[in-house]
Ligand binder design. Structure first.
Ligand SMILES: [Zn+2]
Length: 358
């Protein structure tokens, strides 16, 4: 007797063959039969539905939330069974005593009330095993987290010891099972890093045949430089490369035909022998923290300074001219393209566009 039978679903098996209708039999956690399936303990009618292997989401941030939400239902409902996390330069390991508070703060923002007990990547993965999440995970090491662990908080010059420290963290994490390195070069402290730093530390990833996934430095007026930098880093490390959320927003300051031309840069690198791919978001909107539309110098001054600057009409006018990123359209006044995704203080406004709110 088999455990589960799913009957009459249209099967798309991911091999490239045409879809077909058949029954599927499962014993334990394995598919044992496709075709004629005998009686099962659990019968599921799949008529009119599509059955496929679980999808792999190559760009997930579920590592911010899985401590409090190990069921990960929003991923499962999309058919995702494996997620690559640690993206955009942010991972929860490896940690040093200096960097623990940063990770603790981020996880607390996502309702985590426990303690950050792990330090090494291996300890972090053991913690994951203990939690028993519903989806499978593979982990990147975040460059921002790496910098913080090595005690590099901002613009300061990176010492040889700190470079060596970051490479040691990478090697230790790759030994423990990390996939590779991610960077988030629009976010502090990674935004302060030089290409030379990244080209140096990526060699530690190359030793383990790892991957470099990058939220590149700019997807606005500097997009070509950003993609070229990505290609150079990938080449320097002898690693496989993944350009994260490779999008260009409408009516930003990106050059004419920017996305197509940026893809050409990627394709030329592929022709030259580099193993580079990209992922993109399948919807018009992206998500982000609202403060990120403000210049970094103001954000660094903290919430009170931001509130004061925004309350002053003259400085507000000035702020409108200070954006170097792909959400520059907001500064041009296109607020109908911006929705409030979440606000604990104003839950009744969630999901509304800004013109609707005002
Ligand atoms: Zn990102």
């Amino acid at each position: 007797m088999i455990d589960i039978a799913i009957r009459g679903a249209q099967i798309v098996d991911g091999s490239g063959r045409d879809r077909f209708v058949a029954d599927v039999g499962i014993v334990g956690d394995k598919i044992t039969q496709i075709g004629n399936v005998g009686q099962a303990n659990v019968e599921i009618d799949g008529t009119g539905l599509t059955l496929s292997p679980g999808f792999i989401d190559p760009h997930s941030h579920s590592d911010f939330t899985f401590h409090t939400n190990p069921d990960n239902e929003s991923s499962v409902h999309q058919g995702v069974t494996t997620e690559i996390v640690g993206n955009c330069g942010f991972s929860s390991a490896p940690l040093s005593e200096v960097s623990v508070p940063f990770t603790e703060k981020r996880l607390k923002n996502y309702a985590y009330t426990g303690e950050v007990t792990w330090r090494t990547f291996g300890e972090y993965l053991s913690e994951m095993e203990r939690m028993k999440t519903s989806t499978n995970f593979a982990f990147l090491i975040g460059h921002n987290s790496l910098r913080l662990a090595a005690g590099i908080m901002g613009e300061e010059k990176v010492s040889d010891d700190q470079l060596k420290g970051m490479k040691n963290f990478i090697e230790d994490s790759m030994e423990a099972g990390a996939l590779g390195l991610s960077s988030g070069l629009e976010f502090a402290p990674g935004s302060y890093s030089t290409s030379a730093e990244l080209k140096d530390i990526i060699t530690a990833v190359g030793k383990y045949d790892g991957i470099y996934a990058s939220h590149v430095r700019n997807r606005d007026s500097e997009i070509f430089d950003a993609i070229n930098e990505f290609v150079d880093i990938t080449r320097a490390g002898g690693v496989r490369g993944q350009i994260s959320h490779f999008n260009v927003r409408h009516d930003s300051n990106a050059p004419q035909n920017a996305w197509r031309r940026a893809v050409d840069i990627m394709e030329n690198a592929q022709k030259a022998g580099l193993d580079i791919t990209a992922d993109t978001t399948p919807f018009r909107e992206g998500i982000g923290a609202m403060y990120a539309i403000l210049p970094r110098s103001l954000v660094n001054e903290g919430a009170r300074a931001i509130a004061e600057a925004c309350a002053n009409p003259a400085s507000r006018r000035e702020l409108r001219t200070q954006c170097d990123r792909y959400w520059r359209f907001i500064h041009k006044g296109q607020w109908h393209r911006v929705y409030l995704e979440g606000s604990p203080n104003f839950p009744e406004l969630q999901g509304l566009s800004f013109p609707a709110i005002s």
